[in-house]
Design a protein around this ligand. Structure first.
Ligand SMILES: [Zn+2]
Length: 390
């Protein structure tokens, strides 16, 4: 049976928003038609809805395995205390972790998310992902700042990657301050790293830049506390991103996540290298941890590949892309919704390599459809909500 649904606007992504448009789809969610109402091409009954219809959301950065940490770590203390507490408190009973992941998966589905780029340090999320209605690409995360341990850490990461089979998965270094140059070089040489998509947390805290520039600041104390010797590390006289981007292979599609302390100079630097860079923003997590947002307006004026993520429930109260877009709207009111919707749909789908199915409302695709309610024309309001249609 074909359903026909109309709304005040349909944002198909490719092409202009369609005022009073009608979208038609079959039981499998495949789009079979998109038209404006006036052309009256639809014979059956049309369900008329108030609001904006957009494609299903792509959450390009999440940590499903941290879902049990909802409300466990206080916000506003900055990144380093946050990481220390994650390390100290993440361990929990496996059934509790599994239940929290199941619940988070369900909520993401309800919140209109259709695909997720998910960071994993262990195998616990495999079961939920295998049985989920959502598409998951797992980024098997590896970390280790001690160059001597690089080979052993990399071997373990490859084993975990294998364990996630047959789910889509690839390797991802954690962050510039937690991965040695040696480890990144192994990653660059290996086939598993060379041709896959990958992701790295980038400049989430200014301490990361300070450490890379001068080898001073809170990261020095952090390594001491963790018992990690850092004698080998030489100050680089430049921000972390400028040291790390050249270590990725030109064949890799790289998602830089957070970018809270990324400057225009960093962006120009990153773009000078022949690397396929995508930028992911997780605004609610940034406000939660550091109390600050990236210079989103600076990125958008350059029309970069921007995506949106929720990060984990350790630093967010929900896994909802619309809430991220509302946060962006509240801080950058001049950014048009149609633009940020692209970040949250087609750009994430392109990054994950699934834009043949997801990311835009086009005949033959199965993008999922969301209704955004309580809108003001083509803009969000603080009361806007998302309802999954299909
Ligand atoms: Zn993260």
């Amino acid at each position: 049976m074909i359903r026909h649904i109309s709304a005040d606007f349909i944002v198909p992504i490719h092409g202009e928003p369609v005022k009073n448009g009608v979208v038609s789809f079959n039981e499998q969610g495949e789009i079979v038609d998109l038209s404006d109402k006036s052309s009256a091409r639809v014979d059956g009954s049309v369900e008329s809805l108030k609001g904006i219809i957009v494609p299903g959301f792509v959450n390009s950065h999440c940590h499903l395995e941290l879902s049990h940490m909802l409300g466990k770590i206080p916000g506003g203390e900055g990144l380093i205390p946050f990481i220390s507490k994650i390390i100290g408190r993440r361990h929990a009973d496996e059934s509790l972790v599994a239940d929290a992941m199941q619940e988070a998966d369900k909520r993401m589905l309800e919140n209109g998310i259709v695909a997720v780029g998910d960071i994993s340090n262990n195998i616990l999320s495999r079961e939920v992902k295998l049985n989920s209605a959502l598409y998951y690409h797992t980024f098997v995360e590896f970390m280790g700042f001690d160059p001597q341990k690089a080979a052993a850490i990399y071997r373990k990461a490859l084993e975990l990657l294998e364990d996630f089979s047959p789910l889509p998965a690839s390797l991802a270094p954690h962050a510039p301050y937690s991965v040695s140059k040696e480890l990144l070089k192994l990653f660059q040489k290996n086939k598993a790293g060379k041709y896959g998509i990958t992701s790295i947390h980038n400049q989430e805290s200014d301490n990361e830049n300070e450490f890379y520039r001068y080898k001073t600041g809170r990261f020095v104390d952090f390594y001491k506390q963790m018992g990690i010797a850092i004698d080998f590390f030489k100050p680089q006289a430049r921000n972390s991103i400028q040291s790390v981007v050249p270590l990725f292979s030109p064949g890799q599609r790289v998602l830089l996540v957070h970018n809270t302390y990324t400057s225009l100079k960093d962006v120009y630097f990153a773009n000078r290298f022949n690397r396929d860079i995508h930028w992911c923003f997780c605004p609610k997590a940034n406000l939660y941890i550091e109390g600050r947002l990236p210079k989103i307006d600076m990125f958008q004026s350059h029309d970069f590949n921007i995506t949106v993520g929720t990060d984990s429930l350790a630093s967010n109260d929900k896994l909802c892309i619309l809430e991220e877009l509302k946060t962006i709207k509240a801080h950058f009111p001049l950014l048009p919704l149609v633009k940020t919707i692209r970040w949250a749909t087609i750009n994430g789908a392109k990054f994950l390599g699934i834009d043949n199915r997801y990311g835009s409302i086009e005949v033959g695709k199965f993008p999922g459809l969301n209704l955004i309610t309580n809108t003001d024309g083509l803009e969000l309001t603080p009361a806007s909500e998302v309802r999954k249609i299909v």
